[in-house]
Every structure is written in structure tokens, then in C-alpha cells.
Design a protein around this ligand. Structure first.
Ligand SMILES: [Ca+2]
Length: 332
């Protein structure tokens, strides 16, 4: 009896290892090692899209997905493969397994996978605001149009992240068509601003903290995800993140075919350094309320690494979400 139990135990471990590495596709997730409280986040990107895929930029509090976490904190820009002519904005709050969401959709022209756009998220104590090419597409404001009280529940720090993956929820993203692979998301540059009410350029509420033009990959700033989550048909792998011609590239490929062998598309807008004067004008012309700044030093290491036990741990969350996003860490 004892012997049988032991055998079953070993089989269970093997089965778990197999399921963790069983996915046929590889995606990618790029994340800042540091997190901050409030700020403005901009990225110049040409997104990827094919039915069944998600190409994103988002703010995320590390560990939100864990059932032991006190709260879920996330703000999204997600291009859903079935309709790259728009993106989905969302705030996710609550607690793993009982998240609150507020999805909305916004037109992008030319389509998100047809040209570069500057995507922006402003996160302050009173509102979250989404912009495309400097134009506001959504503002969710505490006490104004935030019936689920989500802005007040974005507590603590968030890091900036980007990922490309495929959801098994066809209703959400469309039926997956692997003949469309490989797919690539191109990030020309990223700018992150601190929240400094009234202290920014021309009296704006944001002060430029750092810029990355991706001429090189800064491993002191960025981490590369090596995990997946339920409802995702890809493993997110560092092997699908590339730097080429001043562009950061996230790829979605078949397993074993991780590579970038395509053309880097031209962005007809100048880089972040030369466009800073026009950025300042945009910032100073957008009057926003004065609120006290809070800046929190985030841990410099990826806390998620704590559960990176070669796929041995599964953190279930989002049971009520079609994406059912529980994450499984794994190594290659
Ligand atoms: Ca660049």
C-alpha cells in the first residue's frame, strides 16, 4: 500500500510537470522590475492581432493573482485579436476569485495592428484615464462614473507590463487560428512619469521619470516573464522577447519556433527624445486636479519568483472570469 501511494505521488508530479509544459505555443511578457504608486505611462506601439490573440499594455500589482493576496490591482489596454480596430480598457479590483471589472471598448484608427499609436494610462488617486495619441478615450473618476468604486481600490504599487498571448475564450477574442503565426507586437519606446500634482512641466501633474527607447535591452529595468495561466494557450517565455533596430519585440509563435525573422516596421513619428517638446505642450494643456503625490519604492526583485518552483505551485484565481487567469510559473 505504501509503495502504491508513493508511485501515485510520483505520477502526480509527472502529470503536473507535463501539463505545465504542455502548451503548443509561446508568447511573451515584459514587465518593469520596479513598481510605483500613481503616474503616467506611455508606450508607442504597433500591436499584434489575429483572431484568438491578446496584445497588451497594462499596469499590474505583482502577486494579484494569488489567492493569498489582499487585493487584485490591474489597469488594462488589451487589443483583442478578433477586432484590432479597437482596444479594451479595463480596471480589475477586488480579490483573486472575486474580481470586479469594468470593460469598455475604444476605436483605434488605423487599426492597432496596422500602425503605431501612442497609448497612455494615467493613474491618480482620483481617476484613471486612457489616451490614444494624446486623445482621451476613457476617464473613470472616483465618485463620478465609478459605480464599483474601483479607483479607490487601486491601492499600493503597480508595474508596467506588456504581453502577447492567446486566450481560450473564443467569445472574448475570437477563434484561434494558428496559421496566422508568428505574430509580433512592436514597442518603439516607453515613457513613465511620476505623479507630481501641479509640479510637472507647465503646471501639469506629471513629471517625466524615465524613457526607454529600446536601443538596447535594459535588464536592470525590465524582466521577462516565464509563466503562464489557465485559459491561456501559450507559455510566456523570455525566448520570445527581442530587441532590433530600436524596437522591443514580443512574439507569439509555435513552441520551438521562438524567433524574430521579420521586418521591423517603420514608425513615422520621431523618437521620444526629439518629441519631448510637443509632449510637454500636451501635458501643460491638459488641466487636471491637484492631488498629493505618493511614491512608494517597489521591491527591486520580482516577488512572483517566490512561487517559481518549477511549475510546482498553481495559484488559482479568476474562477469567475472567462479568462480564468491563474498563473503557473515554470522554467525551461
Ligand atoms: Ca525606439
Amino acid at each position: 500500500m505504501k509503495h502504491v501511494k508513493k508511485t501515485i505521488g510520483i505520477l502526480a508530479v509527472l502529470a503536473m510537470a507535463a501539463s505545465v509544459n504542455a502548451k503548443d505555443f509561446s508568447g511573451a511578457e515584459l514587465y518593469t522590475l520596479d513598481e510605483m504608486t500613481y503616474g503616467k505611462f506611455e508606450a508607442r506601439m504597433k500591436m499584434a492581432a489575429a483572431s484568438g490573440t491578446v496584445s497588451s499594455m497594462f499596469l499590474y500589482q505583482n502577486g494579484s493573482e494569488q489567492s493569498s493576496a489582499e487585493r487584485w490591482v490591474e489597469v488594462d489596454i488589451e487589443v483583442l485579436g478578433k477586432n484590432p480596430g479597437s482596444f479594451q480598457s479595463n480596471i480589475i479590483t477586488g480579490k483573486a476569485g472575486a474580481q470586479k471589472t469594468s470593460e469598455k471598448h475604444h476605436t483605434v484608427s488605423p487599426a492597432a495592428d496596422q500602425g503605431f499609436h501612442t497609448y497612455g494610462i494615467e493613474w491618480t488617486p482620483n481617476y484613471v484615464r486612457w489616451t490614444v495619441d494624446g486623445n482621451e478615450v476613457r476617464k473613470t473618476e472616483k465618485g463620478v462614473n465609478d459605480p464599483k468604486d474601483q479607483v479607490a481600490n487601486l491601492i499600493g504599487t503597480q508595474g508596467l507590463r506588456f504581453n502577447i498571448w492567446s486566450s481560450e475564450s473564443a467569445d472574448w477574442v475570437g477563434q484561434f487560428d494558428e496559421s496566422k503565426l508568428p505574430l509580433f507586437q512592436f514597442i518603439n519606446w516607453v515613457k513613465v512619469y511620476k505623479y507630481t500634482p501641479g509640479q510637472g512641466e507647465g503646471g501639469s501633474d506629471f513629471t517625466l521619470d524615465w524613457v526607454d527607447d529600446f536601443d538596447t535591452f535594459d535588464s536592470g529595468r525590465w524582466g521577462k516573464g516565464n509563466w503562464t495561466f489557465d485559459g491561456n494557450r501559450v507559455d510566456l517565455t523570455p525566448n520570445n522577447i527581442y530587441s532590433k533596430d530600436g524596437m522591443l519585440i514580443l512574439a507569439l509563435t509555435r513552441k520551438g519556433q521562438e524567433s524574430f525573422n521579420g521586418q521591423v516596421p517603420q514608425d513615422d513619428q520621431p523618437g521620444p527624445t526629439s518629441s519631448s517638446s510637443s509632449e510637454q505642450q500636451i501635458s501643460s494643456s491638459s488641466a487636471t486636479e491637484s492631488i498629493h503625490q505618493v511614491r512608494v519604492q517597489a521591491p527591486s526583485k520580482e516577488i512572483r519568483g517566490k512561487v517559481n518552483a518549477k511549475g510546482a505551485r498553481v495559484n488559482e484565481t479568476r474562477a469567475n472570469d472567462p479568462r480564468n487567469r491563474y498563473r503557473v510559473n515554470f522554467t525551461f
